[in-house]
Design a protein around this ligand. Structure first.
Ligand code: SF4
Length: 120
């Protein structure tokens, strides 16, 4: 199988062409450095994404607080994570860096606030 990836590791955004069979890479070209090869290997075998979204705040000066995962989570768990996050609401005040949800879906990633929201 052949596929093209755009490396997202740095602003060069190298277009990387890869031939692979299952998880075994047979040919890879277009990357300017080894980080691109590592990125493609991971995309083929175990793709992950950092998740950024928002969470409802009760009694806050704002109705929502922006959040992100403390580390990337498996791409195929993003939708399930979003369902869990949609059910979540927290009480104000919220401070940047507060952990609002621990170990999302057993991924080892926490959901962390990226904004301050004061009490109303
Ligand atoms: S392959 Fe290397 S140089 Fe190219 S975008 Fe990825 S990290 Fe940057």
């Amino acid at each position: 199988m052949k596929k093209k990836f755009t490396c997202i590791i740095c602003p060069n955004s190298c277009e990387i062409e890869v031939e692979f069979n299952g998880r075994k890479i047979r040919n890879l070209k277009g990357n300017l450095c080894d980080k691109g090869a590592d990125y493609v290997r991971k995309e083929i075998s175990f793709p992950e994404r950092g998740l950024t979204t928002s969470v409802r705040v009760r009694n806050g000066s704002l109705p929502l607080v922006s959040v992100k995962t403390s580390k990337p989570i498996p791409r195929n768990r993003i939708m399930d994570a979003m369902k869990e996050i949609r059910r979540l609401s927290v009480s104000a005040p919220v401070k940047v860096g507060d952990t609002l949800l621990e170990n999302i879906l057993g991924t080892g990633a926490d959901l962390v606030a990226t904004k301050n929201v004061d009490r109303r």
